[in-house]
Design a binder for this molecule. Structure first.
Ligand code: ADP
Length: 481
């Protein structure tokens, strides 16, 4: 691994996780070792103390059975039997004066502690000491015990064997720990890399996307863990962004296309009039056509603004009680001449009363757009029917049915998008905003609009409107789709 790469790893989550893992492992191992070490040393000390106490009771027994001289010989023999460098015995009077001992050449640095003698004499029975002799590694455990009237035994035992055992234990522990910490760091690194590899995939995809390729997706593994959930959510977000980007692109293409036609027409007319027109009538005709094209453009821009404002809830609806039956009757009367001109039958099947709460201007506009479409996209001899029914007293359901050219299943999901027009209807005038506005109005009233259609068999638009003002209409008049 190059130095540069190692340096760059400094800030990685994988390295931090590995360090945490190895650190916690080391700390818990050290605590376990310390507990174990303390336990072992206290057990060893207890065993040594028991041995020393048992020596003292042997001396006491010999003293009471065989007298003072016998225990002096006994001390020498016992020290020789155990090893003069392993154990020593000193026999003292209660004033601390030594009257006999085993071979003390090796133990000459160990004296008699007056305070210990005093404590034994005062009736404490026995006192333990741990002594470290300068220049020697191992400690010496010493017992002062009263073994007869006025006779005190000082017995000391080297802890060399135990020290060796502890040293070996410590050595094994350190070697094992070094190996285990290395292993823990390796395992930690492997686990951390595995855990963050999913995040790296998400990051890589995000980087590629910012480089321009919106089609990329994060690979999802079938494990179903948090990283996979992140990848799935990220992919869903990308799908949505891609759809939005495509829609925006199509919409701007459509706007450009719809603006281009009237502007080209106006420019063409002006050019023709300038080069060929001579009479006032020709100038007047050009001005009239220009006004007509400008009106078309203004209408388009106004409708776009209206859709945006209605969707965003910028313009509050002017809620009032509306008699929907009357609104529909008026609309039918308005569109009847247009239907008759086209040779269509217009059926208006509305009840006598159908009150709802809503914005009358908006409801009229929505109704007009739907009726206009039904008539526009139905050929001569066809029928357009409009009917209303109440649904459990909560909603009114408005159906506008025609026997016209219909909509293909490919186009159906998109007809409510701004500027979307089906291929088969391009012969008719229109800009593709009528249904977007109708949908925005219905949603602002807390209702819904749906369509059922089949190519060459006609279409049915179903509008459901709540009879009363939706509870969230004042704060959010436009519920999200
Ligand atoms: P337009 O101004 O083109 O009518 P709309 O937003 O009102 O725009 O409608 C979008 C498209 O939906 C229309 O171009 C047409 O292709 C299709 N459409 C809408 N209503 C009908 C209908 N009743 N019958 C068949 N096609 C329809």
């Amino acid at each position: 691994m190059s130095l540069k790469r190692m340096f760059s790893l400094r800030h990685t989550l994988a390295l931090r996780l590995t360090l945490w893992y190895a650190g916690i492992f080391t700390l818990s191992s050290c605590v376990a070792f310390l507990l174990f070490y303390t336990l072992i040393t206290s057990v060893i000390r207890e065993r040594t103390d028991q041995e020393l106490l048992s020596q003292a009771s042997h001396f006491s027994a010999v003293l009471s059975a065989r007298g003072l001289e016998a225990i002096q010989d006994y001390a020498v023999l016992e020290a020789q039997a155990a090893g003069v460098k392993k154990v020593f015995f000193r026999l003292l009077y209660s004033n601390g004066e030594t009257f006999s001992s085993s071979n003390m050449a090796y133990w000459r640095d160990i004296g008699v502690r007056g305070a210990a003698i005093e404590s034994v004499v005062r009736g404490n029975g026995h006192v333990f000491d741990t002594i470290v002799i300068k220049g020697r590694r191992d400690q010496v455990r010493v017992l002062y015990a009263l073994i007869g009237p006025d006779i005190i035994l000082q017995v000391g035992q080297s802890m060399e064997n135990y020290s060796r055992f502890i040293d070996a234990f410590r050595g094994i522990f350190i070697t094992t720990m070094v190996f285990l910490i290395g292993l823990a760091a390796g395992v930690g690194w492997f686990m951390a890399r595995r855990a963050v590899s999913g995040i790296e995939a998400v990051t890589r995809t995000a980087q590629n996307i910012s480089g321009g390729s919106l089609e990329q997706r994060v690979p999802v593994k079938p494990r179903g863990d948090e990283i996979d959930q992140l990848a799935i959510t990220f992919n869903q977000m990308l799908d949505r962004i891609q759809t939005l980007v495509t829609e925006i692109k199509e919409m701007s293409d459509n706007i450009a296309h719809d603006l281009k036609s009237p502007i080209t027409i106006m420019r063409g007319m002006a050019e023709v009039t300038l080069t060929t027109g001579k009479s006032l009538a020709e100038y007047e005709s050009m001005a009239a056509s220009t006004i007509e094209e400008c009106d078309r453009l203004l209408d388009m821009i106004n409708t776009m603004l209206m859709i945006s404002k209605t969707e965003a809830g910028v313009d509050k609806l002017a809620w009032e009680k509306i008699e929907l039956a009357d609104v529909i009757q008026d609309a039918c009367e308005l569109f009847r001449p247009m239907a008759e001109d086209k040779g269509l039958t217009l059926n208006c099947n509305v009840p006598r009363k159908c009150p709802i709460l809503g914005d009358p201007r908006m409801i009229q506009r929505m109704l007009a757009n739907l009726l206009d479409n039904a008539i526009k996209y139905t050929e001569a001899g066809g029928t357009v029917s409009i009917s209303v029914a109440e649904n459990e007293g909560r909603d009114v359901v408005l159906n506008i049915r025609d026997t016209g050219i219909g909509i293909s299943s490919k186009d159906l999901p998109r007809i409510f998008e701004r500027f979307y027009r089906c291929d088969q209807s391009r012969a008719e005038a229109g800009i593709g905003l009528g249904l977007s506005l109708a949908k925005a109005v219905v949603r602002a009233h807390g209702g819904d609009i749906m369509v059922k259609s089949a190519l060459n068999q006609g279409s049915t638009f179903t509008v459901t409107l709540p009879k009363s003002e939706p509870s969230d209409a004042k704060s959010n008049p436009h519920p999200q789709p």
